[in-house]
Design a protein around this ligand. Structure first.
Ligand code: ZN
Length: 297
């Protein structure tokens, strides 16, 4: 390494920051007796030392300033909380100051430790709070689900009750209609007698032309099979069987059903009941269960 290259290393050498290879190259160069490099290195080292000292001094000054500020704050606090017997502004001895300062450093450390502890406690508390919140939310969801299922149970019960009330209402309506017809001045009864499949069954159809109302009351009919319905017919001289309405029978329950009045101005020979498909038919196709002629007008 030549003199020029070595000279470029000198600032780093003054700060003891050379790589080992460069440091030994410099040592060799100085041993070879380069006075210029030796002089420059010495000057650079003195500058660096002076610089370091002044840096130390300014650091020391800053430290002293800091100490002074801390002291002033501490003194202000001490005067606020417990009036000192010494006069305001009177500085305690240097020893007492150092003692108090050590104390105040201890206070700062304690405060920092307390702060750290508070952060830890707050973090733990936040975690617990979060878990409590999650538990509360899960409980709430379960309650909502329970309430929801209770509500759907209740609404199913309500639907069933409404259906029952509707059925009772229809029966009541039929009864009221039947009573009205039975008390009509133009009441005409058609008694239907049982045929073989319905031995023991009987029915009566009450008709009031003036009320335009006909009501059938039956008992002893076999329960209507699934997909089937009983159908009432007016068999007239002019048109044969005329469909007069569908009804269903429950086992052991009397039947009251609104039916159609016989066609006006036609001569009714018979009333009859057959078992037909549930939707009904326009002419009888099934087994006849009941049959009877109208009574006198
Ligand atoms: Zn040199």
């Amino acid at each position: 390494m030549d003199h020029k290259a070595i000279k470029e290393l000198l600032p780093l050498a003054a700060l003891d920051q050379l790589e080992p290879d460069d440091a030994s190259a410099l040592q060799g160069h100085l041993r070879d007796g380069c006075e210029e490099c030796e002089a420059e290195l010495r000057a650079l080292r003195e500058t660096a030392a002076a610089l370091a000292l002044s840096l130390d001094e300014s650091a020391a000054t800053r430290a002293a300033d800091f100490e002074e500020r801390v002291w002033a704050r501490l003194r202000a606090r001490l005067q606020q909380s417990a009036p000192s017997p010494s006069l305001p502004g009177t500085r305690p001895s240097a020893l007492a100051r150092r003692h108090l300062l050590r104390g105040s450093v201890g206070v700062w450390r304690a405060a920092a430790a307390l702060l750290a502890a508070a952060v830890v406690v707050a973090t733990i508390y936040a975690g617990q709070l979060k878990r409590q919140l999650q538990r509360a939310r899960a409980d709430q969801l379960r309650e909502v689900a329970a309430i929801h299922s209770q509500l759907s149970d209740l609404s199913a019960q309500l639907r069933r009750a409404r259906d029952e009330v509707g059925a009772l209402q229809r029966v009541l309506d039929e009864r009221i209609r039947l009573e009205r017809v039975l008390s009509a001045p133009d009441l005409r009864l058609t008694r239907l007698e049982p045929l073989l499949p319905a031995a023991g069954a009987h029915a009566v159809v009450a008709v009031s032309a003036s009320h335009d109302t006909a009501v059938l009351q039956a008992s002893g009919l076999p329960a209507t099979p699934a997909g089937k319905a009983y159908e009432l017919w007016w068999i007239t001289k002019e048109h044969g069987p005329v469909a007069a309405g569908l009804f269903r029978a429950e086992q052991g329950q009397p039947v009251i059903a609104s039916v159609a009045v016989p066609p006006r101005d036609e001569h009714v020979l018979l009333g009859a009941v057959t078992l037909e498909p549930a939707a009904g038919v326009s002419k009888p196709t099934g087994t006849m269960y009941l049959k009877g002629a109208p009574g006198p007008a």
